[in-house]
Write a protein that binds this ligand. Structure first.
Ligand SMILES: C[S@@+](CC[C@H](N)C(=O)[O-])C[C@H]1O[C@@H](n2cnc3c(N)ncnc32)[C@H](O)[C@@H]1O
Length: 196
């Protein structure tokens, strides 16, 4: 494992610039801190399976996944902000980055020859979205996550990040995990499993 100082900078200045006027999509003013990044990535087993990352921003989860041995060629990032997507393409040339909306997951996966994945890690600001977008993305996740597959999602709220009804319809059962107090603001990690 690389030490934090060996890794690329977290691109905080860029994140702040993109956050201006985009509170409902960017959902914060700084990338997730290292304590949250480490804990959420540690929840995933690393092997040769694809990992789908939603809302990577400047790529703090991506870099932690790579540092833990996730093959770059088996990482698919879906980011709706063009500046973040371009930044990721430049910084991580071996990783597949799609500029697109997480509600279109089925088509996005098809564009790279995939139908389903077993692991999704998400930095999407679900609780900032309107209810239609929240429901649409939950349903899209349910479509592309294989049976037994796992979705990791963090939230600053005490309530579940995914809407209950939409999650149930999508076959996603959620469990609240650790509260990472060292993150600013503190964040809960939720683990969802596709059960039907
Ligand atoms: C709170 S930031 C998280 C960034 C990074 N994962 C982190 O934890 O620092 C949310 C990210 O989700 C992206 N995003 C918001 N809505 C999206 C959507 N519908 N589809 C794909 N990405 C989206 C934003 O552009 C932003 O990069």
């Amino acid at each position: 494992l690389k030490t934090p100082s060996q890794r690329a900078p977290r691109s905080s200045g860029m994140f702040l610039r993109q956050a201006f006027g985009r509170t409902t999509t960017v959902g914060g003013i700084a990338p997730s801190g290292q304590p949250l990044t480490r804990k959420i990535v540690a929840e995933l087993s690393i092997d040769q399976d694809w990992v789908l990352e939603l809302g990577p921003g400047t790529g703090v989860f991506t870099e932690e996944l790579l540092a833990r041995g996730q093959p770059a060629e088996r990482l698919l990032l879906v980011e709706s902000n063009a500046a973040f997507a371009e930044h990721l393409i430049q910084k991580l040339p071996k990783v597949r980055v799609v500029l697109g909306d997480a509600r279109d997951l089925r088509a996005i996966l098809a564009s790279v020859g995939l139908t389903q994945v077993s692991k999704i890690i998400s930095g999407l600001p679900f609780r900032s979205f309107d209810s239609e977008l929240r429901n649409d993305i939950t349903s899209a996740i349910g479509d592309v996550l294989c049976l037994g597959g796992v979705l990791l999602q963090f939230t600053y709220a005490t309530k579940p990040p995914l809407p209950l009804d939409a999650a149930r319809r999508a076959g996603l059962v959620g469990k609240r995990g650790e509260l990472v107090l060292a993150n600013m603001p503190p964040a809960f990690i939720w683990r969802y499993q596709k059960t039907t």
